[in-house]
Write a protein that binds this ligand. Structure first.
Ligand code: FAD
Length: 360
């Protein structure tokens, strides 16, 4: 029977980042992962580090800003400890809107500047598509200083960094239930063995809600994506009302996504992918000649109020860090910092009460 100070359930970006942070504090950590580490939502994500205020429920805004600020250092440390390279892009995001609806903080961009920032964007097609009777010169574009990251590189490097820091990882072991004795956590029961620890943190993403005996309303929200190659080389992330385009350093262009309430279903659908592709071609006609490289779907961990669940539960020694919905890649650094404080009995630097598991 394995024993450690803390057991983390789930080796997605949230579990891995928290494990690294806890090791820095000298805590011994075992991650129990049902499958291969980092192959679920954290593998499927677009990797936009979008912290613009009005896209978030109010309590999440300060955490989103803090996490965005932490990112360069977070990635730098992971690169250092893993020896791997993570594609963190600093070019920013261009938001296109026919109705002039932009996130707070977006700088207006004239049509002329838009052409020089991203020559392959066909801005006028946005107005035509929306049936707007306006001149192309009136197209609305905004610029945001947001970064993006390749989540697959990030997760792969975080896994190496965690191993480098002597995080123990048990893959292919599914946690079936928490073990509780006299109201206190004593470990987890998996399909293979029992593991003991005084503290357990549930970082099981879209599956976090179904680990007995403490169930929380986390539900999967499916997102389909595709990646193309040999497309026009974009520098910026481009977002419109219908689609987003996220360029990667290796030449892939990621096109996303959908928000589907269909349970634990990760199948892709040809018609949906075609709709996303066509919306991308409307923005950047050169994409029509690109080659499809890959299509996939992932499950975002959603909650009823779209806020994550962070902190202690009614069971002593049992914590949850899940429900990061559309922003778990962005929120990984701040989650790791806050949860490592909570788990080691320090006061977290943000009030975690809006994210409490007891709010449901
Ligand atoms: C299409 C799509 C696009 C996205 N785009 C962005 C974006 O641009 N920016 C952004 O910030 N976020 C984005 N997200 C959201 C982000 O991917 C998630 O919020 C984040 O990855 C959640 O991380 P996690 O570690 O909680 O979950 P996951 O990465 O899903 O990891 C959970 C892990 O727990 C394991 N597990 C589950 N149950 C058990 C069990 N019982 N026992 C053991 N292990 C278990 C799973 O196998 C999995 O490895 C996107 C998500 C999707 C699907």
């Amino acid at each position: 029977m394995k024993s450690s100070d803390v057991i983390i359930i789930g080796a997605g970006i949230i579990g891995l980042s928290l494990a690294i942070e806890l090791r820095k504090k000298g805590v011994s950590v075992l991650i129990v992962e049902r499958d291969e580490p980092g192959r679920e939502a954290s593998h499927a994500a677009a990797g936009m580090l979008a912290d613009a205020g009005d896209e978030f429920p109010a309590p999440l805004v300060p955490l989103a800003h803090a996490s965005a600020r932490m990112y360069p250092e977070f990635v730098h440390e992971i690169e250092d400890e893993s020896g791997g390279k993570v594609d963190l892009r600093e070019h920013g995001t261009i938001v296109l809107s026919c109705h002039g609806e932009f996130p707070e903080g977006a700088e207006p961009v004239s049509t002329q500047r838009l052409k020089s920032l991203e020559p392959s964007i066909e801005a006028s097609s946005l107005l035509l598509t929306a049936g707007e009777n306006r001149a192309p010169s009136e197209i609305c574009a905004g610029y945001l200083h947001e970064r993006s990251v390749d989540p697959r590189e990030l997760v792969a490097a975080a896994l190496k960094a965690a191993r480098h820091r002597q995080v123990d990882i048990s893959s292919g072991a599914e946690v079936k239930s928490l073990l509780v004795e006299g109201g206190r956590t004593i470990g987890v029961q998996t399909d293979k063995a029992k593991y003991t620890a005084q503290t357990v943190v549930n970082c099981a993403g879209a599956w976090a809600g179904v680990i007995p005996p403490f169930e929380v309303p986390v539900k999967p929200v499916k997102g389909q994506m595709l990646a193309v190659v040999e497309a026009p080389r974009l520098q910026h992330v481009i977002r419109s009302e219908k689609v987003y385009l996220v360029p990667r350093g290796d030449g892939r262009l990621v096109i996303g996504s959908t928000l589907e309430d269909v349970g634990y279903n990760k199948q892709t659908d040809v018609n949906t992918l075609q709709r996303l592709f066509e919306a991308a071609v409307e923005l950047v006609p050169g994409i029509a000649k690109s080659r499809r490289h890959e299509a996939w779907a992932g499950l975002r961990p959603g909650t009823p109020d779209e806020l994550p669940i962070l902190g202690a539960t009614a069971i002593s020694g049992y914590f949850i860090a899940a429900g990061h919905y559309r922003d778990g890649i962005l929120l990984a650094p701040v989650t790791a910092a806050l949860m490592s404080d909570a788990v080691t009995g320090k006061n977290p630097s943000f009030d975690l009460s809006p994210f409490s598991a007891t709010r449901f």
